[in-house]
Design a protein around this ligand. Sequence first.
Ligand code: BGP
Length: 462
Amino acid sequence: MTVQYQFPDNFWWGSATSATQIEGAAFEEGKGMNIWDYWYETEPDRFFDGIGPETTSDFYRQYKEDIQRMKDIGHNSFRFSISWSRLIPGGRGEVNAQAVDFYNRVINELLKHDIEPFVNLYHFDMPKELQDIGGFENRQVVLWYEAYASVCFELFGDRVKKWFTFNEPIVPVEGGYLYDFHYPNIVDAKKAFQVAYHTMLASALAIRAYRRLDGQDGQIGIILNLTPSYPRSQHPADVKAAHTADLFFNRSFLDPAVLGEFPQDLVEILREHDHLPVVEQEDLTVIKENTVDLLGVNYYQPRRVKAKEHTPNPDSPFMPEWFFDPYEMPGRKMNPYRGWEIYEKGIYDIMINLRDNYGNIDSFISENGMGVQDEERFLKDGRIEDDYRIDFIKGHLTWLHRAIEEGCHAKGYHLWTFMDNWSWMNAYKNRYGFYSVNLHTKERTPKKSAYWMKEVAKHNGF
Ligand code: BGP
């Protein structure tokens, strides 16, 4: 294989997953209930084909073989999340010994195969008991999260050296408090901003706890889904719309995580519309002093906007969409299954922005991937020929490579995801994995992209 795009030494090749989406054993071995288990139990019809989080690829039992499969395709790193409600069933209080044992076995197995564990503490899965008292709306839950994070560092931090406080903290805010696609499906912008703010406080408190503990010498960061915000035109009204969308959807989390403060323009907008969250003064010092070492970037699609066509009715509920309209750019390339735009250069624009405006912080692509419906259509001689996925990855890696050549500190690329897994509302509708999974037999089969990735990892490029 001739290598045209050579990546820096020790580049992280791997994939990302989350507990609820892969573990299974949702009601077993001492695990407590989280909001997904609960929502499925009470409203199963909300989920595609009525399939809930107890039907997964069963990583809980097959982790050993799966880690061998990771090794087979050249992974040197792998992200999974700890399920808060598995480790501490009620969200606070007693630790579940079976969970400790499970995560120890996973970590040790990864290390045995020279695959570095990247451990995320929270992937949309609030313990149900804590959601009942308001979830992250409630300041007390922030402190229980900090306690949970500390337990994880103490139990596993001797071997885990890459930690992440949250995956995509904006998603539970959007889904749960603004747009009604995640539990607790409330639509209330004031609550949304409170939850967002408390999440960033929780992240900073966990980082502080990590740094205060003896013997913790790894890196700690956060994983954000960044959606570069592009205006329809260079007309000042369009540019302003894109700037405001960027404030709400990217900088609201990126600035406090990396720079230690919230963007002043955003604070002004919220103040003007009486939507500032309740803040205790000393929190801002905690946030200032506990910024991340490492940033995971999940990149799927950009956000295209234009100036508002109609002034919003001041009596309607306050929403970020008061400041811009979505713009469907003619001719844009789409993933028709997921309905997301594919714009490879977005990955480069994100990296350049991090280089120029965020101190060129160490980062990596922590998720990028292509969900495809009815993938069995591409089955040939027992294997899914997912050339579209290879092209998708190549396109993004080409731009990532260029960003690195231009001095960006991008350290790795993780695909979403390792094997087809359960997804929040969509269950098994869209498949993303390097491995396909037969939901009935749980049998895993490498797709063409898995073989391709093996070569990429081996040559550290393509
Ligand atoms: C990200 C999440 C993942 C994953 C992925 C694909 O936002 O971090 O958990 O699910 O998106 O999205 P979906 O599964 O909704 O197609």
